[in-house]
Design a protein around this ligand. Sequence first.
Ligand code: 9UX
Length: 90
Amino acid sequence: MTDTIRFPIIGMTCGSCVNRITRALKKVDGVTRVRVDLGGETATVTRQPGVTNAALAGAISRAGYEADLSSAVAVDDSLSRGLLAWLLGR
Ligand code: 9UX
């Protein structure tokens, strides 16, 4: 079972930042979905068990940005999961 969190990112000011952060997060083993919101200055990450907040923060730091994982909030991804199940005809 995956879980989804959303947290602030400091230092992204253009669309290329969004792409760099998205790629960095997707490279983390066990991350299954990434959405980076430039205007909202947040990242939303879906991950498998075992992907730590520290691993996410480290990936962002190495890409040259700062993530505030202490402000992470849980996002309910049961809606999209339900839609996927429906689309698959379950
Ligand atoms: Mo855009 Mo982001 O020129 O670090 S890539 S500001």
